[in-house]
Write a protein that binds this ligand. Sequence first.
Ligand code: ADP
Ligand code: ADP
Ligand code: ZN
Ligand code: ZN
Length: 816
Amino acid sequence: NSFAREQGKGRHDGFIHVRGANENNLQNVEARIPRDSIVAFTGVSGSGKSSLAFGTIFAESQRRFLESVAPYARRLIAQGHTPKVEFISGLPPAVALQQRRGAASSRSTVGTLTTLSNSVRMLFSRAGSYPQGAPRLDSDAFSTNTAVGACSVCHGVGTVHSVSEKSLVPDPTLSIRDGAIAAWPGAWQGKNLRDITTHLGYDIDVPFQTLPEETRQWLLFTEDQPVVEVTPERDRVAKPYKGRFWSAERYVRHTVATSKSENLRAKALAFMHSQDCPECAGTGFRPDALQVSFSGLNISEFNAKPLQFLAELLRPFAVPAEEEAQAEVISTISTDLLARIEVLVELGLGYLSLDRSTPTLSPGEMQRLRIATQLRAGLFGVIYVLDEPSAGLHPADVQPLIEVLSALKAEGNSVFVVEHNMDVVSRAEWIVDVGPGAGSGGGQVLYSGEVQGLAQVEKSVTRRFLEPGPAPHRELRTAKEWLELDGVNLHNLVDVHASFPLGTFCSVTGVSGSGKSSLVSVALAQGAGGLALAESEEQEDAAQRAVIAQARGAEQVNRVVLMDQKPIGRTPRSNVATYTGLFDAVRKAFAELPLSKERGYSAGRFSFNVAGGRCENCLGEGFLEIELLFLPGTYGPCPQCHGTRYNQQTLEVEYAGKNIAQILELSVNEAEEFLADIPAAARALATLREVGLGYLQLGQPATEMSGGEAQRIKLATELQRQRRGHTLYLLDEPTTGLHPADVQLLISQLQQLVDQDNTVIVVEHHMDVVAASDWVIDLGPAGGDGGGRIVAAGTPAQVAQNEASRTAQYLARRLA
Ligand code: ADP
Ligand code: ADP
Ligand code: ZN
Ligand code: ZN
């Protein structure tokens, strides 16, 4: 059969051959890529690297794998897609490790994700010290996620919630009508409850504190839920209805236990006292499990220690055992644990603890955890396809990363990385450079060969950056004022004093886990008065707050803008066009067309979010969820509008020969030309191009964008705003996902913001950005408890001279 023949041939010459690849923007690509090597895929953002590495090579490997499994099993595995490619030979099975945020389940931890927890539980079960006479426990007893292990009072969560009159009624001088029972829901639901309370015969117009004790108790705590017929007060339109009473406690507990909305749950929790569970002292473990110790630590203490610490603790046990059976068990488990933990430490993650919940990890940390876990998976003969494994990594940690990738290779695998970091790229064994530009301006393989050969390829944008020259010299700005934070405490920051220069461009550096994000994205945002402006509710829910003794100079800042990598929308309904507001201008222009006037179409007609112009079959989504047995959420294009999102009549209106759906298919670059006569749109489009997003399709759903793309869209939206000055911009690793050529673009955009009288503060590893700053604050010296201090602060040249700073040597090299 042909599949077997192709595989056989591939194994013969050691290469994967790709021919006629046309996925996304790829232009009939032909390429020869070695197996059993570390291969870097390079090119500007949107050039087609991912379309080749993930969209074609990985997807085809998945497809073949799925074809080889039984049909019933196939249905259980998430469906990949069939890539547009004529022929691929020599293709081994592939494993993709993309950057994804942690699963939403807060019960997932570093320990469970890496499966280290299984071994730790075994260690405690088999090799722990038990109190005299206590029976040995099964390893399940050392997990808060199992029925036998979880504390019976808090079910393993570690916290218990209670309510009191004070927590439910913060201001008892108010009447119920004026909202005394703050814990009740707001809006119409709250009004219903007040109506019901009146019908039950209670006075809702006197101060709550004047009600009899018994009444107060009943309203707040009863389990009873009488149903009464209610005639809405002062509302002649509403009809009588049957209403059910909820006491404040019952409502709050119900919401916390069952609500799917994180936001509602957080609001309800705010009316409860939360405290450590008294039964398990907040650990979530059963008391008998906590009696068992290893090396003086109980399971909860063990899980809370940094991995680096655990490595030192286990080292003495990880030696060949004596005859005694017990010692042999300890030796075997410790040896295995130590080896696995050491990989994580090598990847710069030694500051993490096993009990750290995965939703609090950055995407870069998540990916490195996955890489390390794979290293121990014992697979060989596969291709690992990785997405920017250097994300979040300090230059000092690049070498250990390369060593881990080499170890994966040494076990007999191929390692393909989509990568922008030239320190990683230059140490790969092979480069596949895609380009030359983005979107339809890219999509060709310009070079596939050994690294040094790229220098000869004239069309390549990448080749200029393999050996970067010194950063251009420029005049440094000096701070007009300082924003000073005193006594900052959060995570590993302990009583930190930090001064941030206003009116300049400042970089905050340091190894992974040193405290950069805690200092900038949380403490500084909060100290500058910005948390009230936090854009997403999620951020407030996370309840991440720093303790700050004093903040001085915040009055110099009018506005704080946190430009993070969170998606610009959670549904496919948001896209670049809607987010930046340019779609409003386009819809207005459509409404001005003669045919629109004739038919009475207003701008709203051209929205896919409201009834009128949109396709009602898919409600403007363009696709429908197809119900398949066993398969959650599979989507197919809507048969009525064929994915255009609009109804036929709306699509009959054309602007310069294109209907509204065709406009959404244009890339930013194409649209800038096509919509040149709509100034508001053209301005927004020009800014998007300037931040390197010219390749993006206007209608590309927010859900399909990378974190870096989302961040740059936010940046572009800011750049086109009316400029007010005195804004403080905070960015966390804005160069993630950016080719060095795009990094240059980004730097000049940020400089422009500063020139307009604003302040820019970035958390960065990219030395081009650091070298282009006016001021550098270096945290460290290490990650976790070994960090959290300001090691150096000054101009780039000053920090580059500082011998205490781990960043200095890399910065010095860039400044030379
Ligand atoms: P890179 O990895 O080099 O940044 P990609 O392979 O992600 O580039 O994208 C190449 C081109 O294909 C871009 O123009 C991008 O907008 C487009 N593209 C990427 N994913 C999709 C998709 N799912 N549907 C349509 N176009 C896409
Ligand atoms: P950086 O941005 O320099 O990588 P972070 O500010 O993310 O560093 O982390 C500093 C320290 O705080 C690390 O030890 C990290 O494990 C810890 N930390 C960060 N976020 C959280 C969190 N949400 N919960 C607990 N610990 C955290
Ligand atoms: Zn408990
Ligand atoms: Zn439709």
